[in-house]
Design a protein around this ligand. Structure first.
Ligand SMILES: C[S@@+](CC[C@H](N)C(=O)[O-])C[C@H]1O[C@@H](n2cnc3c(N)ncnc32)[C@H](O)[C@@H]1O
Length: 386
């Protein structure tokens, strides 16, 4: 992978550095740098007119259905102890989901609005400002420091983990090596082989089905893994004494992520609703995102103090929470104009389409082992598997 010299901010930064940079640091710059990063500097454009859609940026249907799962979780916690509870959203983007959940709670169970503290954990200073404005306009007081919040509740992370920096690595003649990015002789960007993977990473990859000798993969076979996964899960866990974590993302099991035919990994660049393979184009102006490894998530959860409850496809989860009923309600006269009904129908279908958002995974973890569940906290939906 090479890019001709453009002498932009990334080239200048690499020149100042004077040595190649690994992908975790590079992605930290490209995505989260407060002056240049796609999220950090607020270049991200959410929604159908922007770079990509997420479930909440499509409309309000997702939040309405999700609230039906969140309420039983909060009811279960409230039944154990009448103390305060928090809804802690990590990576809330522009705050759409939080605003929409407020609307859904208002409809489903208004007393919960008074009882819940909303906490937003956002890495981007630019997005934090937008969230504040949105939440203020919606009239939902918000706490931004998790330390100040109640320590029982539900952590929610929609499309957070796919935005964490990953390490790209490649099979060389002498085993697995990191990939790095450096300047070439003309001052352009190029991907170059870096140092061998550490023994501890090799052990983790072997546990995910990727053996140290490459397992018959060709020299040059490339993939990625996420070193930020476990630290992020640990931070989430430290913010909560008792409760749940629901992470929603596109994910693959390790046998599919590291299947010999998936050469190149899943890291893609996204801009203007299109995914592309040119990761170094337009630095800081395109999203860079990788699939979550389900098995790595379950293993890291266990090591971070979470009890893995299981995962379900989003389409199945939403059907279990009443999406089909929402579709049939569109035939009623009270559903509004034809244009409004068609738009809502489109939104609902995209949420369940297995090739679109319906193929996402809901990954549920809790602070206590499964036996300690209070009452009917989990709505068991088809496909939910430990
Ligand atoms: C793909 S966007 C998803 C936004 C929103 N949840 C949605 O579904 O529309 C990823 C979000 O996670 C944030 N983010 C990434 N890494 C983070 C971290 N380590 N801590 C907190 N927020 C983070 C980004 O700034 C951005 O708001």
């Amino acid at each position: 992978m090479t890019r001709p010299c453009a002498d932009g901010w990334l080239e200048q930064r690499l020149r100042r550095r004077g040595r190649p940079v690994g992908w975790p640091q590079l992605l930290q710059w490209l995505l989260h740098d407060p002056e240049q990063g796609y999220y950090g500097a607020g270049h991200v454009r959410f929604g159908t007119d922007g770079d990509f859609v997420t479930s909440p940026t499509l409309g309000t249907a997702f939040a309405g259905l999700l609230a039906r799962q969140l309420l039983p979780l909060f009811d279960g916690l409230a039944a154990e102890d009448a103390g305060p509870l928090a809804l802690i959203e990590w990576g809330p983007g522009e705050g759409d989901l939080a605003v929409q959940l407020r609307g859904a709670l208002e409809q489903l169970d208004p007393p919960w609005l008074e009882r819940l503290t909303l906490v937003l954990q956002e890495a981007s200073p630019a997005l934090r400002r937008r969230q504040h404005q949105r939440l203020k306009a919606a009239g939902w007081p918000l706490v931004t420091a998790a330390a100040a919040a109640p320590r029982r509740g539900v952590v929610l992370a929609n499309e957070l983990f796919d935005a964490l920096p990953v390490e790209r690595f490649q099979l060389a003649d002498d085993g697995w090596r990191q990939l790095q990015v450096d300047l070439d002789a003309e001052g352009g960007l190029q991907e170059v082989p870096g140092p061998p993977l550490s023994a501890s990473l090799l052990r983790q990859l072997a546990a995910l089905g990727l053996p140290a000798d490459g397992g018959g993969r060709r020299v040059g076979w490339t993939s990625e893994w996420c070193p930020a996964l476990a630290p992020c899960l640990r931070r989430m866990r430290r913010g909560l004494d008792r409760g749940w974590l629901l992470a929603i993302d596109y994910a693959l099991t390790a046998d599919r992520l590291y299947a010999p035919w998936r050469d190149g990994g899943t890291l893609v660049a996204v801009q203007g609703q299109r995914a592309g393979a040119d990761l170094l184009r337009d630095p800081g102006r395109q999203d860079l995102t990788a699939h979550v490894c389900l098995d790595a998530m379950a293993l890291a959860a266990g090591r971070s103090g979470w009890h893995w409850h299981g995962s379900a496809l989003q389409g199945e989860a939403l059907l279990g929470l009443g999406l089909a009923g929402e579709l049939s309600a569109l035939s009623g006269a009270e559903a509004g104009s034809l244009a409004k009904r068609l738009q809502r129908r489109e939104e609902l279908l995209r949420l369940v389409d297995p090739h679109l958002l319906g193929g996402f995974h809901w990954m549920l973890m809790q602070t206590e082992p499964a036996e300690a569940l209070a009452g009917e906290s989990i709505r068991i939906w088809p496909g939910w598997s430990a």
